[in-house]
Ligand binder design. Structure first.
Ligand code: ATP
Length: 365
């Protein structure tokens, strides 16, 4: 941190509803700093994404990266638009490049449900889910995405990369998180490696390393599950899990399924964490189908802001920041508690303003 109480946040609002949900998030963070008094935020807006690419031909300008490196932390809305693409048809994805540039290897996607929010599963256990999916962010099947081998109009190949280094640090991250959760009475102290080790050598390798690292955390249980069986389990009995780690592409897919368990993309926060830097963003994309309509649910962005406060609290040891993270989550819980706040995404009529106002009210109460 630049000074003891000023936190420099690089704000990358991006495109579509990313820009819309960022505003209430910054308002909540300011409200929290007023309420707590021990810290303040200096927000530096950095423009990148599909609109910047359309105007300049560059999605993530060097200057943005240079400035973001100097910040204490990064907060991102969402990036990309379906009509803004590279010549080969892929959408621009600076949010993925940022993970690689800053080595943000752990994609942390907590799956938490709370009273009053509308969830799709009827079993009462689905209303109090509390598990964390950790997606490897720097390799896996995304490894060759910038260098695909395309042979004329006949063949296209992508290569999956699993390295010892990335698997070890991901497993360690998962075990340490399970330890912290267990110490707080959340979760049983268990990490599950989600893979496809019965078919692919790369996943057999990943699983072997996972168990090697497990031996260093004797207080935490380690087990494994096949990704296809996990897809089934997320719908049948998602309350079974505590912490799971998985490969990049599997994590991409499973985290959208997990978001559905929370009541939709608008409810699912995420963090991309490395050893030196961290970036916080909602799991959702730019949602071009609803941008500009006021229907975007900002909850995922607000909860990502709470995760940012948790991380700042942990890395600086400032208890006020950690408390502010809890306060923001409590305000979101309070906003949904009586069941009258039902976002558009799940058939209700609460949009950006209604959800933001309720959370801000709860924060100021
Ligand atoms: P990406 O590939 O960038 O992750 P995506 O193509 O998977 O994005 P999203 O932009 O996340 O898609 O949108 C998926 C669906 O979820 C869309 O119907 C969108 O309207 C809805 N959605 C996403 N985020 C929100 C939100 N915050 N509030 C309401 N609906 C949302």
């Amino acid at each position: 941190m630049a000074s003891s109480n000023s936190i420099h946040v690089a704000v990358l609002p991006g495109d579509g509803i990313g820009r819309e949900v960022m505003e209430p998030c910054l308002a909540c963070l300011d409200a929290l700093s007023l309420r707590h008094g021990g810290f303040s935020f200096s927000f530096e807006t950095l423009e990148s994404g599909a609109v910047v690419f359309r105007e300049t031909g560059v999605a993530l300008p060097d200057e943005v990266v240079k400035r973001a490196v100097k910040a204490d932390v990064m907060l991102l809305g969402a990036m990309g638009l379906p009509d803004v693409r590279y010549p080969d048809g892929r959408e621009i994805t600076p949010q993925i490049e940022l993970r690689e540039i800053f080595d943000l290897y752990a994609g942390v996607r907590p799956v938490e449900t709370f009273p009053g929010s509308l969830v799709p599963l009827k079993d009462p256990r689905a209303a109090k889910l509390d598990f964390v999916l950790i997606r490897e962010n720097t390799e896996g099947l995304f490894h060759s995405r910038m260098t695909p081998q395309v042979t004329g109009d006949e063949e296209a190949r992508e290569t999956m990369l699993i390295t010892r280094k990335a698997t070890e640090r991901l497993a360690d991250f998962g075990f340490r998180l399970a330890e912290r959760r267990k110490a707080r009475g959340r979760g049983e102290g268990r990490v599950t490696c989600v893979d496809k080790a019965n078919v692919f050598a790369a996943f057999a390798f990943m699983r072997k390393i996972f168990y090697e690292r497990a031996a260093r955390f004797p207080g935490i249980k380690a087990d494994h599950w096949y990704v296809d069986a996990m897809a089934l389990s997320l719908i049948r009995n998602p309350w079974n899990w505590d912490v799971m780690i998985t490969e990049n592409m599997f994590g991409d897919i499973l985290s959208d399924a997990a978001a559905a368990l929370m009541g939709g993309m608008g409810m699912a926060p995420s963090a991309d964490i490395g050893d030196r830097h961290a970036l916080f963003q909602p799991c959702h994309g730019t949602a071009p189908d609803i941008m500009g309509t006021g229907k975007a649910n900002p909850t995922a962005m607000l909860l990502s802001g709470a995760m940012m406060l948790d991380w700042l609290g942990e890395t600086t040891g400032d208890e006020g920041l950690a408390q502010a993270g809890d306060d923001l989550r409590d305000a979101v819980r309070c906003a949904f508690a009586n069941g009258t706040l039902v976002p558009f995404e799940v058939g209700g009529s609460a949009g950006l303003k209604q959800v933001s106002d309720r959370v801000l009210e709860a924060l100021k109460a």
